[in-house]
Design a protein around this ligand. Structure first.
Ligand code: MRU
Length: 364
């Protein structure tokens, strides 16, 4: 379904269509030239949408999976709890296999599984209703969390600053505000006049197609650069801070994000520019000790050799290495901006403190 004459910021990245029992997403592979909505109903459609990056970005994947498993659970025709449970787990595991790096996917699906376990004594119909509520909660929380990340991030910069970001950790990667873009959007509302540099982000161009698009649509001063230009803009003194999102933060503060993030962080260290990783606690995985334990998704060679080009731009048969993410070592990170504040080194301690604040807090 193609949409016309509306601003991209007026669309929900992901939403539940109760009337048709479907998950509706913006097809991000079609942006920025065309805004198309997709209505997903089957396990295969939801899996493909996540794998093919029609919906992408760690928090948005989590929300899509939560609504997705609810829609699939509704299709299970039984009154018997044990049968329902087995069928639910099968579908949950299938969705969980779509992408390995962003922990929000399994985090959201495990929250949904816990609902099934906790309400064992109830009817299947009632469990289905609780699942719907939990998926809605996950999305509502995502909006609040991103706003708080924006507040804490905004306190790290000043009006007129230059900010560099990589990939898309914007509204299109979440339910609103984004994570890395949240300080930018809040700053925009408050007249901070930031100058933003968006890395194009090879090979899938999330920076060019998505970040530049949504920031420009919001009236933010954004300049698109190729990935190999970050040293130049930093050397020119145009960048005061780097804000990026992430897909999984390990317990020691190592952070997996879109491939190329660690290059930006290494360059930023050289030019003395602080790098802030914007991460909801749902992206922090205390069960993963270090970045070396994070599974990095490998993607097809075609994304590098021919996608986006009219004709193939590499010799047939050439070997291609195409990891979707890299790990930025915690030594390169100035702070991890969460909804409970900014964690600083040593992260093994500060991340634990963030989780103990979360436990004590009534915020979410
Ligand atoms: O492969 P993608 O487009 O899903 O990668 C997305 C990123 O790396 C984002 O920076 C990350 O998921 C954080 S989104 C708030």
């Amino acid at each position: 379904m193609q949409q016309k004459n509306k601003n991209i910021m007026d669309y929900d990245t992901v939403r539940l269509d109760d009337k048709n029992d479907a998950v509706v997403i913006i097809d991000q592979t079609k942006l920025p030239s065309s805004i198309e909505l997709l209505s997903l109903k089957t396990a295969q459609e939801i899996w493909d949408a996540i794998y093919l990056l029609k919906v992408r970005g760690a928090p948005a994947i989590g929300v899509a999976a939560a609504y997705g498993i609810y829609v699939l659970a509704k299709q299970i025709q039984t009154e018997d709890y044990d049968i329902f449970y087995q069928e639910f787990v099968k579908r949950k595991e299938y969705l969980d296999s779509s992408r390995p790096t962003a922990v929000n996917l399994s985090w959201a699906l495990n929250r949904m599984l816990n609902v099934v376990k906790e309400h064992k004594a109830e009817t299947v119909a009632s469990i289905k209703e609780q699942l719907r509520q939990e998926a809605v909660n996950i999305q509502v929380e995502d909006i609040k969390v991103c706003k708080m990340i924006g507040e804490y991030g905004l306190a790290l910069v000043k009006p007129g600053d230059g900010i560099l970001t990589h990939c898309n950790a914007g509204q299109l990667a979440t339910s609103k505000y984004g994570t890395a873009t949240a300080p930018i959007y809040l700053g925009q509302e408050r007249g901070y006049g930031f100058r933003v540099f968006a890395d194009e982000t090879r090979p899938l161009l999330q920076g060019a197609r998505l970040t530049a698009f949504e920031l420009q649509s919001s009236g933010v001063d954004v300049t698109l650069i190729c990935d190999n230009m970050s040293a130049t803009v930093m050397k020119n003194g145009w960048v005061d801070a780097v804000f990026v999102g992430c897909d999984r933060v390990a317990a020691n503060g190592d952070a997996a994000n879109k491939i190329g993030t660690s290059v930006v962080a290494a360059v930023a260290k050289y030019y003395d520019v602080p790098v802030y990783i914007c991460a909801p606690t749902s992206t922090i995985d205390m069960n993963t000790p270090t970045g070396a334990d994070i599974k990095i998704e490998q993607r097809p060679a075609e994304e590098v050799t021919e996608m986006w080009y009219k004709e193939r731009m590499a010799p047939e048969g050439v070997k291609v290495f195409n990891p979707a993410f890299d790990v930025t070592d915690h030594e390169l990170i100035a702070g991890i901006v969460t909804e409970y504040g900014v964690a600083r080194a040593p992260y093994t301690e500060s991340l634990k403190e963030i989780f103990s604040l979360k436990e004590k807090s009534k915020f979410i």
